[in-house]
Write a protein that binds this ligand. Structure first.
Ligand code: SF4
Length: 388
């Protein structure tokens, strides 16, 4: 458990080929092509997690699968196993570049599926393009957008009946077709680099656009409506299951694969293709009214080296007391990994078993109350909302 007051900020995201050390071993992030695991791949990942790691799997906010607790001396064998499953890129740079998130409700051969497939291939091949580690693309071309609340730097989406390419943060976009979307997206990525967006190897599109640098020509005003909230239950492509705190035991993934191929979503949910219902399994939330859907909590102690306190037991215990329609974020430090934006209620650990309460802010914002122990919060959960 760390005692540092300031969280450490990495300018990159861990991948399979460039893992990150955490409190419980290496975190190996698998970027499944098109965010999908076949039945065989899901069973294989579950087996490798149990063989080389601690048997716990996370799903990230960019729909990647994280294998936790991987032993350092087993990393090479793990990569060999993942490569056999078709889940490893040619090299770490290609893995980092192929940061494509697609709306999970795609159908084979539709705009979303086709463009995401072509974009993934083009990014893998673009060896001369160096983008910041967190720089990503979203392909969201269904009838109604579902990824508007998900971070992405370059978006290909629908505005009325047209496909539109848009720099994140811009209120204008460029009309594109299925054929022109990918070359235009790469051109926009190159514009970002050439206009200084990736200084020192870091940078995101939204703050770059906010500087007022003129976008490339032909970007026109657009309208995008969005009001989508994912919930567990049936959807057109199958059934969604939420993961408690975005984590599940590997054994549950293997059992879930008995129901069909699995799509990873950015909502800490899995979509099981073609399934009409799913069995109750450890870590899965299948009821849209489950109070655990109203809480988010990062790994916390002891799994994260920077954590000042444990988080998830407290979040689980407070969940039934979170008022309907609001949300509680419990963070092991001020970095706020589980919810980088503002939340109605946030508890940020400031020491072992000690939290600050922030309302309508991020984990690093000014607290309303300090020095709250987990026991005090459990005994009097009204501390979260009293006086509000
Ligand atoms: S927010 Fe949580 S997971 Fe992120 S660094 Fe802090 S303790 Fe670790």
């Amino acid at each position: 458990m760390s005692s540092a007051a300031e969280p450490k900020v990495y300018g990159w995201c861990p991948g399979a080929l460039r893992p990150m050390m955490s409190g419980d071993g290496l975190v190996v992030r698998v970027r499944a092509p098109l965010g999908k695991l076949s039945v065989n791949q899901a069973r294989g990942v579950a087996r490798l997690s149990q063989e080389f790691g601690n048997g716990l799997l996370d799903i990230s906010a960019r729909a990647n699968l994280q294998m936790r607790g991987i032993r350092e001396d087993a990393h090479e064998d793990l990569i060999a196993g993942l490569r056999e499953l078709g889940l490893i890129d040619p090299d770490a740079n290609a893995e980092a570049r192929r940061n494509v998130l697609l709306a999970p409700f795609w159908a084979e051969g539709d705009d979303t599926h086709t463009i995401a497939t072509d974009l993934s291939a083009a990014l893998t091949a673009a060896t001369d393009l160096t983008l910041p580690g967190k720089f990503g693309f979203a392909v969201d071309c269904g009838a109604a957008p579902v990824l508007q609340d998900i971070a992405a730097d370059i978006r290909i989406e629908r505005s009325g009946s047209s496909l539109i390419l848009r720099a994140d943060g811009s209120e204008t976009g460029k009309p594109v077709t299925r054929e022109s979307a990918v070359p235009e997206a790469l051109a926009l990525a190159r514009w970002f680099v050439e206009t200084g967006g990736a200084a020192n190897g870091r940078g995101r599109m939204k703050p770059h656009v906010a500087k007022g640098i003129p976008l490339p020509a032909h970007h026109t005003t657009l309208t995008i409506s969005a009001n989508f909230t994912a919930k567990p239950g049936p959807v057109p492509a199958g059934t969604l299951a939420a993961l408690e705190f975005g984590q599940m035991p590997a054994a549950a993934l293997a059992q879930l694969a008995d129901c069909g191929d699995i799509r990873l979503t950015p909502w800490r949910m899995l979509l099981v293709e073609g399934a009409e219902s799913l069995p109750p399994l450890p870590g899965l939330i299948l009821d849209a009214a489950d109070p655990r859907l109203q809480v988010v909590a990062c790994t916390g102690a002891p799994g994260c080296l920077q954590a000042l306190s444990a988080t998830r037991d407290l979040a689980r215990q407070l969940a039934p007391h979170v008022p309907a329609g609001t949300r509680l974020h419990v963070s092991g430090c001020a970095k706020g990994c589980a919810c980088p934006g503002a939340a109605p209620l946030t508890l940020t650990a400031t020491g072992d078993d000690e939290f600050s309460l922030i309302r309508n802010g991020t984990a690093a914002d000014q607290p309303l109350k300090t020095h709250l122990s987990a026991d005090a919060l459990r005994a009097a959960p009204e501390l979260l909302t009293e006086g509000s």
